[in-house]
Ligand binder design. Sequence first.
Ligand code: PHE
Length: 512
Amino acid sequence: MEKNYTQLILTELEQNGEIPDTLLLAKKFEIEHQELVGYLNSLLLENYITQEVKEIQRWVLLQEGLDNVTNGTPEFRVFQGIPAEGISKNDLEAKFDPNVFKFGLQNGMKKKWFKIKDGLIQKEVAEVVDEDAVLLKRIESNSNLEDIKKDVFDNLKKRKIISQEVIKYFKINKGAEFKPIYVELESDLTYDMVKNYDDFVKNEDGTIKSNTELAKQFKKYNWNSVGKDIKTGNLHPLMKVRKQFREVLIEMGFEEMATNQYVESGFWNFDALFQPQQHPARDAHDTFFIREPAHSKNLDPEYWERVKKTHEVGGYGSIGYRYDWSYDEAKKNIFRTHTTAVSSKMLRQIAIEYAKDGVFKPRKFFSIDRVFRNESLDATHLAEFHQIEGVIADKNVGLGELLGVITEFFAKIGITGLKFKPTYNPYTEPSLEIHGFHPGLNKVIELGNSGVFRPEMLRPMGLPEDIQVLGWGLGLERPTMIQYKFKNIRDLLGYGVDMKLLKENPICCFKN
Ligand code: PHE
């Protein structure tokens, strides 16, 4: 039958008045100390006992030490393997593990237990005492070690045979509710306990007062017990950081755009953005093209016509790129290379609504989703990654507002001291790279790209002249890698990712 350790602890206390050392008690009960602590904790909770934390430094035998105690030191084992008439080195070696033989031979000869004579290994003494194993056994007992010199310990420690551990244990005394016999408390209220309704004390109106006798029989809740590890789904770090960014943008009044379309026509990804068709980014080296279906339809012919004309000869104060714009090129299906493809479609939608209603409503949008680029892969680049993009369409906004909103956005994720550098995008003018001091990395890094969208993009869409559109974009992977201390992007995204990562990484938080 299983032993009732709870009762055994109480009996021990009743007999001796106290339990001075729970380590010794665990040994006496022949159970692990941790298991004993479990029984003690429930007695503690029910105030049967009180406990005092104690600490001792103890020597413990490491693997090799334990091996020496159970099987003898290597030299002892080798000695035992030598017959009275001697043995060849090869025959002796065959009896042992290579390491045991190597050290056993060395140490045994040093101790003059055996020697090599006439090509044979021969005993020098008839009997030996395995003193080192005896010593280790003494050390393991941790008692009466005063005569052992410090350098003996140091040497054994250095050879990783023993090590010193700080061990916590408890001194146990009787508590306020101590009883020599343990009274098992109930943990569930059952029908049998309450079926006799008349036993209960009632209020005037017939409702039941709490039954104090019954309540006493119940186990107290242990509010400190650790919950079970529940097997649930877990968010990927990228999704956690995406959530943070989403919250920041929503807080700033931005609406999320629908981004659930990875395949886009070249038109929305490039042409609508006034990106010329011979631009190197439209090359198969940078963009993934879709084989089936290879082309999209032109569902907005008038608008496409205006885009064609703007590319070819300009308009709205521009001279255009002066080449023959191809419908076929614009129709080619690709994996979107940036989330600005989503923004361009949305801006055209706003222009259509404006044409219908005749009123312009200022709008702020954002998107956070996957984009694709046909790039060579390395520790910081993948062929697919995520972009975060914010877009503002309003009257009388310009560079000042753009710098202001970007500064506010990055401040909300803990990055200040931004620097802006002029750059070039086909669809924005001016265009600015965003750089900032990252406290986690303790240096200035490039954070993203931004600009004021060009009239050559907005006017063909049908947006009125006094409307400006501002935008900025950044990658999701880089902040996530910084936040979660990833060195290699392939540990974060792709088939090489360890599923354990999802379970074990902390909930992301930008703000403290
Ligand atoms: N599309 C740009 C990129 O991929 C970011 C950007 C968005 C720039 C909006 C300007 C305006 O880097």
